[in-house]
Write a protein that binds this ligand. Structure first.
Ligand code: HEC
Ligand code: HEC
Length: 250
């Protein structure tokens, strides 16, 4: 192992201690020398909602490739997740039916594909993401996420019933109480995303849309100051998910 002094010089050469404005901005900024976990999580937030993740203008109208038979419309149809699913399995997973069904395949078949090829596919007319929407550097992050950042959701969340198939809730409890609770409270009820008298807490979301919640645990929620567990073993994130699904739902 290199000495601490040598590590410090190496990190300094990478510009890790850069004190510019961008380096102070956790939500929309970027480290001067991004680590791989940072790149994969940043790419995952673009997959979720790129305009919130990147602080861009919301796109106008429905995505031209969104099928006429689909039930969604407007800006949301420009989110990768809307066509390919939170479980990355498209028509083979949770979106096989229901209000988000499009019949479009998932991105799980693109695991391991060259990142440049994925980026080119996203610029091509079928996807139509312009550099004004997502810059080349940002597009490389989402391509890295597609190629190297997808957990195999089919082993974690049942694509038919959406039941959680894995995780150790007791381990997850320790992680939730020491990390997530800082912002979400020990019972996960500090933030409420519900509307019309319905509550939506971490517990509600984890129990009903576990694939989405695992995506948020690994990448964070776009456009807000949320930490993520990307730098840790995947099993940590799955353990938190399994515990979060036991928290109060209303
Ligand atoms: C409006 C719907 C729509 C949106 C939004 C969308 N895609 Fe796609 N995507 C498609 C369609 C359609 C295909 C082609 C599927 C086929 O070949 O059957 C595709 C194909 C892909 C593939 C190739 C999959 C494979 O196995 O070869 C990848 C990777 C991909 N999209 C990633 C993304 C990413 C990343 C985003 C967001 C930045 C995104 N897509 C947004 C519709 C969409
Ligand atoms: C530093 C603060 C912070 C930490 C730590 C944090 N979060 Fe969050 N999280 C947020 C904020 C802020 C939001 C968005 C709140 C809003 O939209 O009002 C959010 C959103 C979410 C959402 C999105 C809900 C939805 O449906 O849109 C989920 C799920 C979530 N967090 C789970 C977790 C879990 C699990 C952990 C622990 C691994 C965690 N968060 C750690 C701040 C945090």
């Amino acid at each position: 192992m290199a000495s601490l002094a040598a590590e410090r010089v190496a990190a300094d050469e990478k510009n890790d201690y850069e004190h510019g404005a961008e380096a102070q901005e956790f939500v929309h900024g970027a480290p001067a020398a991004p680590s791989d976990p940072w790149i994969l999580a940043a790419g995952g937030r673009i997959y979720d909602n790129w305009w919130d993740a990147l602080d861009r203008k919301e796109p106008e109208g429905t995505h031209p490739s969104y099928p006429a038979t689909g039930k969604q419309s407007g800006p949301d149809t420009w989110r990768c997740k809307e066509c390919h699913g939170w479980d990355y399995r498209g028509a083979a997973g949770v979106y096989r039916k229901g209000s988000h069904h499009t019949g479009i395949k998932g991105i799980d078949g693109a695991v391991g594909k060259p990142e440049a090829e994925i980026a080119a596919l996203l610029r091509a007319p079928l996807h139509g993401y312009t550099p004004e929407m997502i810059t080349d550097e940002e597009l490389a992050r989402v391509a890295a996420f597609v190629s190297r950042g997808q957990p195999d959701m089919s082993t974690i969340v049942d694509g038919e019933t959406r039941a959680i198939l894995a995780g150790d809730p007791e381990r997850g409890r320790g992680i939730f109480q020491t990390v997530c609770a800082a912002c979400h409270g020990f019972d996960g009820r500090r933030y409420d995303w519900g509307s019309d008298g319905e509550h939506a807490y971490v517990g509600t979301e984890a129990a009903s849309v576990p694939d989405e919640v695992l995506h948020k645990i690994l990448n964070a929620h776009p456009g807000v100051e949320m930490a993520n567990l990307r730098a840790f073993p995947l099993s940590d994130a799955v353990d938190v998910l399994s515990y979060a699904a036991t928290l109060p739902v209303d």
